[in-house]
Design a protein around this ligand. Structure first.
Ligand code: HEC
Length: 120
């Protein structure tokens, strides 16, 4: 009997279709696992941007207020007698000619004020 030259192609095609089904069924099985992994990643990223780290924010202040915020060009912040509201307002609005406004958004400014008051 003469071998039909198209048979190998049909075999390869059948194998390919089988492979596609196999992979998609595997994908359905792993769907929840993959989705869970993505959620975890998204939450992790969000936490990083939302979390306020005073040690990082301090980087915007130390050039004028000194490495430990004990004062240099600007007055000492550690041990200040200002209230949380006054500190928050100063960070948001600036002060005099030397203290720039808007270094931190207001919610972070309030957290920074807490941090400054904790330095006493
Ligand atoms: C470009 C320099 C500069 C930077 C940067 C800077 N400050 Fe100041 N800051 C000053 C100066 C100068 C004053 C004093 C202003 C005055 O009394 O006229 C001041 C005053 C203050 C005061 C009021 C202190 C007081 O006893 O009256 C606070 C609070 C303060 N800064 C917080 C911060 C924080 C928090 C940061 C970082 C987010 C920061 N500053 C960054 C220069 C700076």
């Amino acid at each position: 009997m003469q071998k039909n030259p198209i048979v190998p192609f049909i075999l390869i095609m059948a194998f390919g279709i089988g492979l596609i089904f196999f992979l998609s069924i595997q994908g359905v099985d792993k769907k929840e696992e993959i989705a869970a992994g993505h959620e975890e990643g998204a939450e992790g990223g969000k936490a990083e941007t939302a979390e306020f780290d005073p040690e990082v924010a301090k980087g915007k202040c130390i050039s004028c207020h000194g490495g430990d915020l004990k004062g240099s060009v600007g007055p000492a912040l550690a041990g200040t007698s200002l209230s949380k509201e006054e500190i928050t307002k100063t960070i948001v609005n600036g002060k005099g000619s030397g203290m720039p406004a808007g270094l931190l958004p207001e919610d972070q400014a309030a957290q920074m004020a807490d941090y400054i008051l904790s330095l006493k």
